[in-house]
Design a protein around this ligand. Structure first.
Ligand code: XMP
Length: 517
């Protein structure tokens, strides 16, 4: 792999993704990893990430500079560039020249293997207080800016490179080209990480882990569990059984997508548990959002465990107990940087309700090394339906937390209709890529007066909450074209009885959350 040394979580994850976009497998490692531990991973290249610190700060993240002596090509970025400069005898100083945001950069000399085939003047994204004022001996300076004379350097014979700017962010022109130049030209790493290879590797790994054992998997209708189960099925066929709980809080068509489209494209054995009545009666009379969440989580676990127990009993009767449980854990769930220290640590993955402490299964986690976009690519490669693979985020408690007020069957039906109209119109307008997700919310406790035909109506409003976001931590409301909004509003008020008003939520996050509950 290419190892990405984590001096700051957001930076490291983004770099790791960009390396993979260059078709090279990458892994994130903590900054206090030793040279021996690095060597043991047989890396073909190393990238040092940016970070929040100054190399002179007390408590600046530790780094084993023996790593520069391993003969593995290294590229330092921002803070990583300064760490490299300082460790190898260059000079880093607080010059007072701080650069934040878009900065003009000029390529110097021939630019070396990193920059030679790129335009001589570029806009790059900077974020630094300290600067490298003198490159280490034996290094060529490759680029500069108005206030940073040493903005990039290289020592090709030792395979060491560094840039002050952030090539991993989209605001940097030719940033991805620079990363690819380091990987392919400077370090000579072939571009051979692709969905096809990942599938082949994972199938082999699953077969090795599971052998002839039986496996179960809960499907949610979402991307991760769908792709995880498809991979396991590819590996062990009908040793896998999937459980799908219909809690009645699903959107229009979701059950069919799983039961028909997904099953047809993968051939997995599926057990659907129809728990709609059970969830509705558990939710009767409840309006408080957190209480709804708790009830839904609890009922989900109970329903799932019951279905599981039935399958276990059936398998035991065959003399072949179920030993494995598939989880759709992704790489960002595994590598999570610890607070400001930049230390990578492990966080366990929690689906609805979390896993019980005394889990009697061995986990199968075929997506543990993957980012979301890679999971989608693999799902497409495996031929899964686009509705599932391309699905926008949808909360586990489903429509249950999109009805402000008590959840009833009639209200769910009404919301399902409105939601289906919104999704259809947004897709038809080609807006799916622009939107992170668009909750459609029924204000069941609010009524307003309207007029329809000759009559006065007294109906409920539907709220549209289209948001744009990178990670759901922050979000902005998506500026949808007026004509699309008009079409949605017309259709909902005409087609969904009981709704006489459509309103648009124009709040960013913060202060609003994405969901209303
Ligand atoms: P908020 O509303 O907190 O949502 O801005 C952030 C993201 O999380 C999703 N979300 C949930 N997902 N169970 C889930 O599995 C939940 O209870 C839940 N609540 C919010 C929300 O859709 C958004 O993507």
């Amino acid at each position: 792999p290419v190892l990405v040394v984590d001096f700051g979580a957001q930076y490291a994850q983004l770099i790791a993704r960009r390396v993979r976009e260059a078709s090279v497998y990458s892994e994130i490692v903590p900054h206090d990893i030793s040279a021996a531990e690095v060597a043991a991973k047989n890396p073909v290249g190393i990238v040092l990430s940016g970070g929040p610190s100054s190399v002179y700060e007390a408590g600046a993240p530790a780094f084993d500079s023996e790593i520069f002596e391993l003969g593995v090509p290294v590229m330092g970025i921002c803070y990583g560039f300064q760490v490299m400069a300082r460790a190898l005898g260059g000079e880093v100083a607080q010059t007072g020249a701080r650069e934040y945001g878009s900065t003009d950069m000029a390529v110097g000399g021939d630019g070396g293997s990193l920059l030679s085939e790129q335009p001589p003047a570029q806009t790059v994204w900077m974020s630094h207080g300290d600067s490298v004022v003198q490159a280490p001996e034996g290094f060529d300076v490759l680029a500069s800016t108005a206030s940073t004379p040493v903005a990039a350097f290289a020592n090709p014979s030792r395979g060491l490179y560094g840039v002050q700017w952030h090539p991993e962010v989209k605001h940097t022109q030719f940033g991805q080209d620079l990363i690819e130049n380091f990987l392919h030209r400077a370090a000579g790493i072939p571009a051979d990480w692709n969905p096809g290879n990942v599938i082949a590797d994972q199938v082999a790994a699953i077969q090795a882990q599971v052998g002839s054992g039986k496996v179960i998997c809960g499907l949610s209708g979402g991307v991760d569990s769908a792709v995880a189960a498809a991979l396991v099925h590819e590996a062990v066929g009908d040793q896998l059984v999937c459980i799908f709980v219909d809690h009645g809080l699903l959107r229009e068509g979701e059950r069919r997508q799983v039961e028909e489209d997904y099953v047809k494209s993968t051939g997995v054995r599926l057990v659907t548990v129809d728990a709609r009545e059970r969830f509705l009666s558990a939710l009767a009379g409840v309006s408080d959002p957190e209480q709804k969440r708790k009830i839904i989580g609890r009922e989900f676990i109970r329903t799932f465990e019951q279905a599981q127990a039935d399958l276990i009993a059936e398998a035991a009767a065959d003399g072949d107990p179920i030993r494995f449980l598939v989880q759709g854990t992704l790489y960002p769930d595994v590598v999570e940087s610890g607070g400001g220290s930049g230390t990578a640590n492990i966080k366990s993955h929690h689906n609805v309700g979390g896993l019980p402490e005394d889990l009697q299964f061995e986990l199968v986690e075929p997506l543990r090394a993957l980012f979301k976009d890679e999971v989608r690519a693999i799902g497409r490669e495996l031929g899964l339906p686009e509705e599932i693979v391309g699905r926008q985020p949808f909360p586990g408690p489903g429509l249950g937390i999109r009805i402000v007020g008590e959840v009833t069957f009639e209200r769910l039906e009404l919301l399902r209709q409105a939601d289906a109209i919104v999704r259809a119109e947004l897709t038809a307008a080609g807006l799916d890529a622009e939107i992170w997700q668009c909750p459609v919310v029924l204000l069941a406790d609010v009524r307003s007066v309207g007029v329809q035909g000759d009559g006065r109506t007294y109906g409920h409003p539907i709220v549209l909450r289209p948001v744009s976001s990178e990670d759901a931590m922050t979000a902005d409301w998506t500026r949808l074209p007026y004509d699309v909004l008009a079409r949605i509003s017309n259709r909902i008020t005409n087609e969904v009885s009981g709704v006489n008003r459509v309103v648009l939520d124009v709040t960013s996050k913060p202060p609003g959350t994405i969901e209303w509950e």
